[in-house]
Design a protein around this ligand. Structure first.
Ligand code: UDP
Ligand code: MG
Length: 308
C-alpha cells in the first residue's frame, strides 16, 4: 500500500499535539493509504518535545526529529521533507488551522496523477485589515514576478515523492516553501479549504516577524526590490534633467535663482533614496554571503529510532 507522510512543524505547541493527532487520525480513518507522521520540533521552549516523544512511544506511525534551537518554520518543513519516507508528503500546521479532512481530497487527486496539490485558502480566516492589505501587496509582488497567482496560497500542500526529492536536492538555504512548490513545476492542481480557528495556544507571528518574513522571502525569491530601485533612479534622472534644463534656461534668461528650498528638498529626498537603495543591494549581498557559507538550514539534535 502507498505511504503518505504527514509533516508537522511544531514550535511551542504543547497544548495541541495530542489533539492534533487524535483529530487527524479520526478524520482520515477512511483514507486508502498508510500514514506516517513526522513531527518536527523546532526548538520549542515548552514541553512540546516531551508531548511528541510520548506520542511517538505510543503510536507506531508517529516519528519525530527535534532541532537544537528554533530555526523557523521553513527549516522545520524542509527537515520534515528530508525525514519523510512516503510516496507522497503532505505538510500541515499543528494547530488544526489546516482542516485535516482536506487530505482525503488531496490524496484522491494525487491518485489521479497530480504531483502537487496546493491547498488554497478560500478565505484568509480572522486577520486584521492591515494584515490582509500587507499580505495582499506582498503576494502581488511575488505573483507578478513569477507569473502565477500566489494569493491565498499556504504551506498546506501534498507533493509526490518526485517533487519532494527535487525540493530536497535544492542547495539554497533561504527557502520559501510556498513559492518553491510552484517554481518546481510538475502537474499541479489545487483544493480550496477554509482556514479554521487555532484550537489552542497562540500564533507565533508578531507584526514584526511577519514583516521580516515578507521581506526575507521577497529578497530570496525575486529581484523586484532591485528593479524598484532602478525605476526610482530613472524617475529621479528624468526629474533631475528637467530641473537642470530649467536652471540653464533661467541662467541664460538672466532670471535670479532663488531655489534654496528646492535644493534642500531634492538633496534630502535623493540622499534618502540612495541610502535605501544601497541598503537593499546590501541585503542581497548579505544573502549571497549567507548562502556561500553553506551552513546547514537546521541542526537536528535528536530523532526517534526510525531507521534513517
Ligand atoms: N512554527 C514552527 N516554527 C516557528 C514558528 C511556527 O515550526 O518558528 C509552526 C507552528 O508550530 C505551527 C505552524 O508553524 O504548526 C504555523 O504557525 P502559527 O500557527 O504560529 O502561524 P499562523 O497560523 O498564525 O500563520
Ligand atoms: Mg496557525
Amino acid at each position: 500500500m502507498a505511504l503518505l507522510s504527514i509533516v508537522v512543524p511544531c514550535y511551542n505547541e504543547e497544548t495541541v499535539i495530542e489533539q492534533f493527532y487524535e483529530v487527524t487520525e479520526e478524520r482520515l480513518k477512511d483514507l486508502s493509504v498508510e500514514k506516517e507522521y513526522i513531527f518536527v520540533d523546532d526548538g520549542s521552549k515548552d514541553t512540546t518535545l516531551e508531548k511528541i516523544k510520548n506520542l511517538c512511544k505510543e503510536k507506531s506511525n508517529a516519528h519525530f526529529a527535534s532541532f537544537s534551537r528554533n530555526f523557523g518554520k521553513e527549516a522545520a518543513i524542509f527537515a520534515g521533507l528530508h525525514e519523510a519516507k512516503g510516496d507522497a508528503v503532505v505538510v500541515l500546521d499543528a494547530d488544526l488551522q489546516h482542516p485535516p479532512e482536506v487530505i482525503m481530497e488531496m490524496v484522491s487527486l494525487w491518485k489521479q496523477g497530480y504531483e502537487v496539490v496546493e491547498g488554497v485558502k478560500s478565505s484568509r480566516g480572522k486577520e486584521s485589515l492591515f494584515h490582509k492589505m500587507l499580505a495582499g501587496s506582498f503576494y502581488k509582488m511575488i505573483s507578478g514576478f513569477m507569473g502565477i497567482d500566489m494569493n491565498n496560497t499556504s504551506d498546506y500542500k501534498l507533493m509526490d515523492r518526485k517533487v519532494v526529492d527535487v525540493l530536497c536536492a535544492l542547495k539554497e538555504r533561504n527557502t520559501f516553501f510556498r513559492a518553491l512548490s510552484f517554481w518546481v513545476g510538475f502537474r499541479t492542481t489545487s483544493v480550496e479549504y477554509e482556514v479554521q480557528e487555532r484550537v489552542a495556544g497562540e500564533t507565533k507571528w508578531s507584526f514584526f516577524s511577519l514583516i521580516k518574513y515578507a521581506f526575507r522571502n521577497l529578497i530570496s525569491f525575486t529581484f523586484a526590490p532591485l528593479y524598484m530601485i532602478v525605476t526610482v533612479g530613472v524617475l529621479f534622472l528624468i526629474g533631475g534633467l528637467a530641473l537642470a534644463i530649467d536652471a540653464i534656461v533661467d541662467y541664460f534668461m538672466g532670471a535670479a535663482v532663488a531655489g534654496y528650498p528646492t535644493t534642500i528638498v531634492l538633496q534630502v529626498i535623493s540622499t534618502g533614496c540612495i541610502l535605501f537603495s544601497i541598503g537593499i543591494v546590501g541585503v542581497y549581498i548579505a544573502k549571497i554571503y549567507d548562502e556561500i557559507k553553506e551552513r546547514p538550514q537546521y541542526i537536528i539534535r535528536e530523532r526517534d529510532s526510525s531507521d534513517k
